[in-house]
Design a protein around this ligand. Structure first.
Ligand SMILES: Nc1nc2c(ncn2[C@@H]2O[C@H](COP(=O)(O)OP(=O)(O)OP(=O)(O)O)[C@@H](O)[C@H]2O)c(=O)[nH]1
Ligand SMILES: [Mg+2]
Length: 299
């Protein structure tokens, strides 16, 4: 029998290419929120993949972009910090988008690292198979990759190939986490993220980007329901109006949808109470960023 392998793998790329979707497929559960809006992920999210022969800890990261706020600075720094001390990097691109300055910028950064880089071409379900060769040629002319793996994170195409190739790349090492642990994030963090995901789903323009969610309390009461109180923070009064909606309809919608996901996560009935608060320009204020969970010392 061959020796047990283990290692750390960072998933990086521009916003919206499907990094979190891949992470969720890897761990088989929703631990990272996903949306069609750019800049969904704001923190590093660790997901643990455990097989009899190997354990890989994946680090999903915020999409690398040109920051316009302190929050953006934090997100990009967070993404880069994941490149330290990993055994491999998955550089993810989307097959239906042309290579842009953002991709070139990320590749320049990756070239300064000695870590093996896999080019993961995601969303192949959206393009004709004949288009793949052109994409591969375009990227491999820019940088030498350890492997190139075209996948579909939503459909699962080539997923097994990606995992097998990655396991081959991992060094011999122990199992760090128990079999049933899939993340190191506390439940309240995922709960707050699930609420934010519903805001991303139901609002548009600047609103999704202006929102933070904080879980104020999480208690199990006598009838075994989990009682959760959370606050949705926005940057201005007009946004508070949008989040609450006509007659409170929007807030109710956010709550209903979030509750379903939270019940799935916790495996229990949930009573979710949501509040909305304005904190002017919080995305540019250091203390608020820290209060809402965007702390650089967590790097
Ligand atoms: N058609 C198709 N859509 C995909 C695929 N993978 C992800 N998506 C969609 O792409 C969008 C972005 O997915 P995310 O997983 O949130 O992307 P991300 O790279 O984590 O984005 P950020 O967190 O903003 O950096 C979502 O609407 C996904 O459903 C895929 O393989 N095929
Ligand atoms: Mg993401």
């Amino acid at each position: 029998m061959s020796e047990h392998k283990s290692g750390f793998v960072a998933i990086v790329g521009r916003p919206n290419v499907g990094k979190s979707t891949l992470l969720n497929r890897i761990v088989g559960q929703k631990i990272a929120i996903m949306s069609d809006k750019a800049q969904t992920t704001r923190n590093k999210i660790q997901g643990v993949y455990t097989a009899p022969e190997a354990q890989i800890i994946f680090i999903d990261t915020p999409g690398i972009h040109k920051p316009k706020h302190r929050l953006g600075d934090f997100m990009v720094e967070t993404a880069y910090s994941a490149l330290k001390e990993v055994d491999a990097v998955l550089f993810m691109i989307s097959a239906d988008e042309k290579r842009g300055r953002g991709d070139d910028f990320i590749m320049e950064r990756l070239k300064t690292n000695k870590t093996p880089v896999f080019l993961v071409i995601n969303k192949i379900d959206k393009v004709h198979p004949d288009d793949l060769l052109g994409i591969i040629e375009d990227y491999t002319s820019q940088m030498a990759f350890t492997e190139v793996v075209p996948i579909s994170a939503t459909e699962g195409n080539n997923f097994e190939t990606l995992m097998t190739t990655l396991i081959e790349q991992m060094p011999v090492g122990p199992q760090y986490f128990p079999d049933d642990q899939i993340t190191d994030h506390p439940e309240y963090f995922i709960v707050s993220e699930l609420v934010r995901e519903k805001v991303l789903l139901l609002t548009r323009d600047e609103v999704p980007h202006s929102v933070a969610v904080v879980v104020d309390s999480m208690k199990r009461n006598e009838n075994d329901k989990v009682h959760i109180q959370a606050t949705i923070i926005v940057e201005r009064n007009s946004q508070k109006g949008i989040i609450i909606g006509k007659g409170g309809k929007m807030l109710k919608d956010i709550g209903t949808k979030a509750r379903r996901d939270i019940e799935q996560l916790l495996g229990d009935k949930v009573f979710l109470e949501l509040w909305v608060k304005v904190q002017k320009d919080w995305r540019d204020k250091k203390t608020y960023l820290q209060d809402y969970g965007y702390r650089p010392d967590d790097y």
